[in-house]
Design a binder for this molecule. Structure first.
Ligand code: NI
Length: 171
């Protein structure tokens, strides 16, 4: 296992649409292991493969928040097959947009189809934080960021801030 670098705004790779996984082989399992190690180290509760620069539709998650009691979740090729009309607001953050948090309104509940770690088809009905997290990560594999759900004014402001910071690092 290895901790990988998390790419950050304004890295253009965050806008790529990731490719479906065809076979859950040893390479994909190694990727999942690396993603968990990277996510726990950050620390974060969700990570999409594109955030470590890999354009595969793979998501890792752990909402347990207990260091000694991990509850790792893996979603391969996740797809929203149903969403509720009812919405919910959560304050979201993203490892690719560090130290920035904003409230986002999304469907309160979703049903998601995916492959599990062994490549077996599975389905989950989620609400609360899990529903929000699933939608946030599925956005990632489609090249969408949570700031895209904010007003243009707020989005432009955060993009500008990160572009400026990146320039400073380069200089
Ligand atoms: Ni994110």
């Amino acid at each position: 296992m290895a901790v990988r670098d998390i790419i950050k705004l304004p890295d253009k790779r965050l806008r790529l649409v990731s490719e479906p996984v065809k076979h859950v082989d040893a390479g994909v399992k190694k990727l999942i292991d690396d993603m968990f190690e990277t996510m726990y180290k950050a620390p974060g509760i969700g990570l999409a493969a594109i955030q470590i620069g890999v354009t595969k539709r793979v998501v890792t998650m752990d909402l347990s928040k207990k260091e000694d009691n991990h509850e790792p979740l893996v979603f391969i090729n996740p797809e929203i097959v149903w969403k509720s009309d009812e919405t919910a607001k959560y304050e979201e953050g993203c490892l690719s947009i560090p130290d920035y948090y904003e409230e986002v309104e999304r469907p309160a509940a979703v049903k998601v189809k995916y492959l599990d770690r062994d490549g077996k088809p599975a389905e989950i009905e989620a609400k609360g934080l899990l529903a929000t997290c699933l939608q946030h990560e599925i956005d990632h594999i489609n090249g969408v960021l949570f700031i895209d759900h904010l007003s243009k004014l707020k989005r432009d402001r955060v993009i500008k801030k990160f572009a400026k910071a990146a320039k400073k690092v380069e200089a």
